[in-house]
Design a protein around this ligand. Structure first.
Ligand SMILES: Cc1ncc(COP(=O)(O)O)c(C=O)c1O
Length: 472
């Protein structure tokens, strides 16, 4: 058999997405006029039609929703003058020193000889021990079963940690909830060793994972459950007694993967520095199948350090530590060494207090201004630095996430359309049927002056469209 005369009809060189010629849709409804007439909608659809410009490359697998948004902003000039923009899209906290009561971040670190060598893929022992000590001091005082260094694996950032967990799962049903963190989408579609099953949370229930929902999942054979708590993008946290009830249901039935990256941003206890963690309700640290993932990224405001950890039963941690040898090679040793002293429990408590006070102030400011502009915010988010903003009351032209996003770009503001949080790993649903279609995620992670700039931009958008403006 020869392929010599074979003609390829696809455009292999230009890299320009082709206009879709097919009308094939999975959706039961037809796109609305405002979707058909909208440039950003057409651009989004074409980018997700499965265009192939290089043999062997599927570019749709390469980017998450947040990256797609940044690329659109760059097309509008964000790359040249970022200081004139309010980036409320990326999920990053402000990193500067100066928050009252917060410790000063190191501006240089020592690099020992050990720091020049390959490090252990499960992380260096002093940092593993420091993480175990932090969880015991903050969540397990008076309990017989305590975490040790062998219950902790250090990983190069949260996403690497999530991928490591996914890599060691067996042939399981993995249940996850919609909406949730966008990177789960790509992560869950990478691995074939388990089947990912989405479970939509309802708006009327405040996008709340609750014991009944978890029991339902387990009843249908789900043996791994993945959730962020506090939740990205809705800004809600599940705490005791509900959290303990969820853990009781899962005990001996399912592995619970608790993504606690936002646990420091907890506004439910008067900003006293308390952090909500599933570690509190674990019975036996080596028997209870609870994997907790967190790191320096969000609550220590050091996303560039790429230091994160997974806490769980020794046997699980051993596998997660070892698979780093073929996945990512482990976290940078000098940064691990520098992280040890940051995790002293009293210091962390003071830090969490400062963080909560500062971010709650920003939350209240942002909510106040959004309400003045006419946004309906039924429940104020009690954690994270996100607002899941409902657009339904806005002028029709900007009442869905993509169109609102485009209108904001024109005012140099970046937000993330809600559909990116509607995890759809096997692409079985049409995103235009998404319950997240009329939301955007607003991040109040950036500094107050950036937030003010962004809110001014959003105010201009609303005024313009109330006066009858149209999108192209
Ligand atoms: C819920 C959640 N988990 C994990 C992460 C990953 O963080 P990292 O930047 O350390 O990979 C993020 C980052 O946005 C997140 O929102």
């Amino acid at each position: 058999m020869s392929f010599n005369n074979r003609k390829f009809s696809m455009n292999r060189s230009s890299g320009v997405p082709r206009e879709s010629t097919s009308n094939r849709r999975f959706s039961t409804g037809q796109p609305s006029q405002s979707e058909n007439d909208s440039r950003i909608h057409r651009q989004f659809r074409n980018a997700h039609e499965g265009h192939r410009s290089h043999a062997g490359l599927d570019p749709t697998r390469a980017s998450t929703g947040v990256v797609w948004c940044t690329e659109r902003a760059i097309e509008q000039g964000f790359g040249e003058e970022p200081e004139k923009w309010a980036n409320l899209g990326q999920g990053a906290p402000e990193v500067e020193d100066g928050i009252e009561g917060s410790f000063k971040r190191p501006t240089e670190i020592d690099i020992t000889n050990a720091g020049r060598e390959y490090g252990p893929t499960a992380g260096i022992k002093p940092l593993r021990a420091a993480v175990a000590n932090l969880y015991n001091a903050h969540h397990r005082v008076g309990k017989t079963s305590q975490y040790s260094w062998e219950n902790v694996c250090i990983v190069p950032g949260g996403r690497a940690g999530l991928i490591r967990i996914a890599a060691v799962l067996n042939n399981a049903y993995l249940g996850f909830f919609i909406p949730d963190y966008t990177a789960y989408n790509e992560m869950l579609s990478l691995f074939k060793n388990f089947a990912a099953i989405p479970s939509p949370l309802s708006e009327s229930d405040g996008y709340h994972i609750n014991p009944d929902k978890i029991a339902e999942e387990i009843a249908r054979g789900t043996s791994v459950i993945l959730t962020s708590n506090p939740r990205n993008p809705t800004g809600k946290v599940v705490k005791n007694p509900e959290l303990a009830e969820i853990q009781d249901i899962c005990r001996d039935r399912a592995t619970l993967v608790m993504d606690e990256f936002y646990c420091g941003y907890n506004y439910t206890s008067e900003c006293d520095g308390t952090v909500i963690s599933a570690a509190e309700n674990v019975d036996d640290v080596d028997e209870d199948d609870v994997l907790i993932i967190d790191g320096l990224t969000k609550r220590f405001r050091l996303p560039g350090w790429r230091i994160a950890w997974i806490v769980g039963p020794k046997e699980f941690i051993k596998a997660i530590g070892s698979c780093g040898s073929y996945l990512d090679g482990g976290a940078a040793v000098p940064f691990q060494e520098a992280a040890v002293e940051m995790l002293e429990p009293n210091k962390v408590k003071v830090e969490m207090k400062a963080l909560q006070t500062h971010f709650k102030e920003k939350r209240d400011y942002v909510i106040g201004r959004l309400r003045e502009m006419g946004f309906k915010i039924k429940t104020v988010p009690d954690s994270t630095f996100y607002i899941w903003l409902d657009l339904e009351g806005l002028p029709f032209a900007i009442s869905d996430g993509l169109n609102f996003f485009q209108a904001c770009l024109e005012e140099k503001v970046i937000v993330v359309p809600g559909i990116f949080f509607d995890l759809n790993p096997s692409k079985r649903r049409d995103l235009f049927d998404s319950p997240c279609h009329h939301f955007v995620r607003f991040s109040y992670g950036p500094k107050l002056e950036t937030l003010k700039m962004g809110l001014d931009g959003i105010e201009r958008v609303i005024k313009k469209f109330k006066a009858g403006a149209h999108l192209d």
